[in-house]
Design a binder for this molecule. Structure first.
Ligand code: S3P
Length: 184
């Protein structure tokens, strides 16, 4: 675990992690927040809390459109919060133009980019993701990569989140944020 230290650079905006399921957004986000002494928020958890049921139940009982609506409401609120925090988004959030727009305006976005075998390995550890329930996980993820990677690429920073310790990913994000703040 890295020590929590005051950010060695100014962080006036929230940091928003985007990327596909299994990219490590929640794990890396929690560690990054600890390293920067910032609050960590996971938008999927906020949705679960607001709805009072799991993401899988929301998809099953109300459908994906209702989930996306909740996701938009939660993220617009989180990103507009005046206290900077580290926010992990669900994999589809950055695809929504309204969410993307507010993130671009008010946050620093970081795309955690990973290759298919790494994503597949990580998502196989949990069987709760509705989009991966019906069909071959590899085929679904590879289609999502083709559809979504051009949009994730609009994030301010892209960080490799392949196999290896999450701490390395956190260190790389910190060093890119530091460089960025030096040029601000
Ligand atoms: C989704 C990703 C999930 C969750 C929902 C939809 C997506 O979050 O928001 O199942 O569209 O990629 P994670 O990326 O945290 O798994």
């Amino acid at each position: 675990m890295m020590d929590a230290v005051p950010a060695p650079f100014a962080l006036p905006r929230p940091i928003v992690l985007v990327g596909l399921m299994g990219a490590g957004k929640s794990t890396v986000g929690r560690r990054l927040a600890a390293a920067l002494s910032l609050t960590f928020v996971d938008s999927d958890n906020e949705i679960v809390e607001a709805a009072g049921c799991s993401i899988a139940d929301i998809f099953e009982s109300y459908g994906e459109a209702i989930f996306r609506d909740l996701e938009q409401r939660v993220l617009l609120r989180l990103v507009s919060n005046v206290t900077p925090s580290v926010i992990a988004t669900g994999g589809g959030a950055f695809l929504n133009p309204a969410i993307r727009c507010v993130i671009k305006e008010k946050a620093i976005s970081v795309w955690l980019k990973a290759e298919l075998p790494v994503l597949l390995d990580r998502v196989s550890r949990r069987d709760t993701r509705p989009l991966l329930k019906s069909g071959d996980k590899g085929a679904i993820l590879s289609k999502l990569m083709a559809d979504r990677y051009p949009i994730y690429a609009e994030a301010d920073l892209t960080i490799d989140s392949n196999a290896g310790p999450h701490e390395t990913v956190v260190k790389n994000i910190l060093s890119m944020l530091k460089k960025r703040s030096a040029h601000a």
